[in-house]
Design a protein around this ligand. Structure first.
Ligand SMILES: Nc1ncnc2c1ncn2[C@@H]1O[C@H](COP(=O)(O)OP(=O)(O)OP(=O)(O)O)[C@@H](O)[C@H]1O
Ligand SMILES: [Mg+2]
Length: 307
């Protein structure tokens, strides 16, 4: 595995090489994305993000609280518009949510008055799928996340981990090409989290959907990812990209993964992400944070070119 930025180099090669179908290998392309929320003062959440996500890739966005991970994911899912730059999916500009993009949030966001099956059927209802077909798909998808037999229960009758599984089933039901997941296991206990990580990897290995997964958990990132993109504290910028080429299936506690975790903690320390900034958010220790970040970004850029 490399802490240098070899994946970006690989992504650029596949997009701009001589293969005429190369563009089809890129699921998302984000160019010069910025996002400023209005206010007094305005909040610059993201600044000049360039990112490509390959089809079938498991990409993890990692960074401290407030660095813009959710904002970036919402832009990819069409729930937010960037204030600068462009974001495309399969070569077309992203305009609003799409059934191709399944989204899973930190809390499963299930409707409490609907049964689990009816929650899972929601996207299919919006697509106009006939009732019998919807029922069958909901039952299949719930079975694929270990919830067979729970179709007629209501969300309050399920444990937190089961609700998360139902949230994943709801995202999978429309057969999306992509799963966009925002700290989907953040609210469950440690053992359930480990179990859900395994289940997600099995689903991913079976279907090879493109996954963009947000977390601030370093162990989770190295266990799941093909590539980890570390964002700097606000404004979020791509600070480092890390290729995780440890073979799958991965073993927790494997030395290669532990070494990578240590390297990532080093990067987060470099960013000051393990210390509280003056505004109560994790932030760079230096007063000239943006200068530091630019230097780091320049260095990262050189690493790509040298890779
Ligand atoms: N709708 C909004 N209006 C104003 N500011 C916002 C809005 N959404 C996000 N922000 C600000 O943008 C910045 C990035 O927020 P975001 O939620 O993307 O961070 P995050 O990396 O997902 O954090 P966390 O790990 O805590 O979930 C924060 O400073 C936040 O206060
Ligand atoms: Mg968030």
């Amino acid at each position: 595995m490399t802490v240098a930025d070899s994946t970006s180099a690989r992504a650029s090669t596949s997009a701009s090489g001589s293969n005429p179908n190369a563009a089809q290998e890129i699921a998302f392309e984000v160019a010069g994305i910025g996002k400023t929320f209005p206010g007094n003062p305005p909040v610059v959440a993201l600044d000049n993000i360039d990112l490509r996500v390959e089809r079938g890739e498991f990409l993890v966005l990692l960074g401290p609280s407030g660095c813009g991970k959710s904002t970036l994911l919402e832009i990819l899912s069409g729930l937010q518009e960037p204030t600068e730059g462009t974001a495309t999916f399969n070569g077309s500009q992203i305009h609003g949510p799409s059934p191709e993009l399944g989204v899973v949030f930190q809390d499963a966001s299930l409707y409490p008055w609907r049964t689990i099956a009816h929650n899972v059927e929601l996207g299919l209802e919006l697509k106009g799928t006939p009732t019998t077909e919807r029922r069958a798909i909901a039952a299949d998808t719930l079975a694929s996340v270990g919830l067979a037999g729970f179709e007629r229960k209501y969300p309050h009758q399920l444990s937190g981990g089961m609700r998360q599984r139902a949230g994943i089933a709801r995202a999978l039901a429309t057969r999306p090409e992509v799963l966009l997941m925002d700290e989907p296991f953040g609210a469950v206990d440690h053992l359930t989290r480990i179990q859900l990580q395994h289940e997600l990897l099995s689903l991913w290995e079976r279907d090879r959907k493109t996954v963009v997964f947000v977390t601030h958990d370093v162990g989770e990132a190295v266990f799941l990812a093909d590539r980890i993109v570390v964002l700097s504290p606000r404004p979020g910028r791509v600070y480092r990209q890390i290729q995780v080429d440890a073979p799958r299936p991965r073993q927790r506690g494997d030395h290669q993964l532990l070494d990578l975790e240590a390297a990532i903690y080093g990067i987060l320390h470099e960013l000051g992400a393990d210390r509280l900034g003056t505004d109560g958010l994790a932030g760079p220790a230096s007063a000239d944070a943006s200068g530091d970040d630019r230097l780091a970004a320049d260095r990262s850029e050189r690493e790509v070119q040298n890779a």
